[in-house]
Design a protein around this ligand. Structure first.
Ligand code: ZN
Length: 318
C-alpha cells in the first residue's frame, strides 16, 4: 500500500425538509451553512453543505433534502452514526443546549475512554457528540455557540457492514487506516495524525435488517485525498484491488470517485481543493443558490422547482 487517507472529507446524509435541516444544523448545532447548490445528479433538489467557518475537510456535513421521499431505515450496509467532536469539558453545555431545543439525548456514556452523547436530528439521523481534548477550532460564526464549546468537526462515523471482515480489509489495506482495538463490539480504525474526522468505528457483527435509502439515513462517507493526481492513483489502486470505481466526477468544490465497499457501504474519495470559495468569497458563503457552469443556463427552469428557504443570512431563495 502506498496511499493513506488523512481521514474523512465529508459525510452526506439524506433528509426531508431543507428549511428544517438548515435550522437544526445552524441554529441548534451551530455549524455554518457553507453552500446552497443543487444535487448534480438530481438538479431538481438541493444539496446543502455545512461545516466550520472555512469549510475545512473533516468538518463538512452535506445533506440531500428529498422532501416527500419515503423515509429510509437505518440498518446494515450503511453508515449508522455520524459523530462530531466537541471540546473536552463542554458535554454539560451541550446536554443543556439540546434539552432547550427539545432534542432527546442518550448518555453521556463512555466508549474507548471517550465521553459520548447521542441524539437524533429532526429526520432521525443518529448523531453523537464526542468529547475531545481541544484542537484548533476555526468555527463558528452564525450560531450562538461559544467558540470554546463549538463543534470542532467530525470525530468519525460508525459503519454497520454486511461483511465486517472485508470492510476492515478495505479500511486497512486500501485506505490506510490503522486498527486501534476493539471495545463493546466495535472495532476502531484510525487514519492520519489529525484528530479531525480520523475515526471509523466498525460494528463487529452487525445484525438486523438491511438499511434502506431515504430521508433519515446517511448516503455515503468521503475520505480525503490531496489533489487530482493523487486521486487518480487512488483510482488505480482501488481498481487493482477489484473495486468497481466510478470515473472522476466534478463536484465543483472537490472532485470525487465512488465505490461500494464489499459490506454494502458507499465510499467516496474527494480532493481537498478547490473548496467553497471557488464561486463565493469566504464572508459571503451561502448567500444564494450556486449552480455549476453546466447548469447555469438552466437556472430559470431549476429554481422554480426548488422549495423556498430562508438562509442564515436572512436572504430567502430562490
Ligand atoms: Zn460526497
Amino acid at each position: 500500500m502506498t496511499l493513506a487517507t488523512p481521514g474523512i472529507h465529508h459525510v452526506t446524509s439524506i433528509v426531508g425538509d431543507p428549511q428544517r435541516d438548515i435550522d437544526f444544523y445552524t441554529t441548534v448545532l451551530g455549524l455554518r451553512l457553507l453552500k446552497v447548490t443543487v444535487n448534480f445528479d438530481r438538479p431538481e433538489t438541493y444539496h446543502l453543505y455545512f461545516g466550520d467557518q472555512h469549510g475545512t475537510p473533516g468538518t463538512i456535513l452535506t445533506t440531500f433534502p428529498w422532501p416527500g421521499d419515503r423515509q429510509g431505515t437505518i440498518g446494515t450496509g450503511q453508515i449508522t452514526t455520524t459523530s462530531f467532536a466537541i471540546p473536552e469539558g463542554s458535554t454539560g453545555y451541550w446536554l443543556e443546549r439540546l434539552m432547550q431545543h427539545r432534542v432527546a439525548t442518550h448518555g453521556p456514556f463512555r466508549r474507548f475512554d471517550e465521553q459520548v452523547v447521542r441524539f437524533q436530528d429532526p429526520d432521525g439521523l443518529v448523531c453523537e457528540l464526542v468529547s475531545r481534548p481541544s484542537e484548533t477550532t476555526t468555527n463558528v460564526r452564525n450560531g450562538t455557540v461559544e467558540q470554546t464549546q463549538a463543534i470542532i468537526g467530525f470525530s468519525g462515523v460508525t459503519l454497520a457492514s454486511r461483511q465486517p471482515e472485508r470492510t476492515a480489509e478495505v479500511l486497512t489495506d486500501l485506505l490506510g487506516f490503522r486498527h486501534m482495538g476493539e471495545s463493546d463490539r466495535i472495532n476502531r480504525f484510525v487514519a492520519g495524525t489529525s484528530m479531525l474526522g480520523s475515526i471509523v468505528d466498525l460494528v463487529v457483527d452487525a445484525e438486523g435488517t438491511q438499511g434502506t435509502e431515504g430521508p433519515g439515513t446517511v448516503h455515503h462517507v468521503a475520505f480525503r485525498t490531496r489533489d487530482d493526481a493523487e486521486q487518480l492513483e487512488w483510482r488505480e489502486q482501488l481498481i487493482a484491488a477489484g473495486m468497481h470505481v466510478t470515473e472522476v466526477r466534478d463536484r465543483s468544490y472537490f472532485k470525487s470517485i465512488y465505490f461500494r465497499e464489499p459490506g454494502g457501504i458507499l465510499f467516496e474519495i474527494a480532493t481537498d481543493p478547490p473548496g467553497f470559495t471557488l464561486d463565493e468569497p469566504l464572508d459571503q458563503l451561502a448567500t444564494g443558490i450556486r449552480l455549476p457552469p453546466w447548469y447555469e443556463d438552466r437556472r430559470g427552469e431549476i429554481e422554480p422547482g426548488l422549495k423556498s428557504i430562508q438562509l442564515p443570512s436572512g436572504i430567502t431563495v430562490p
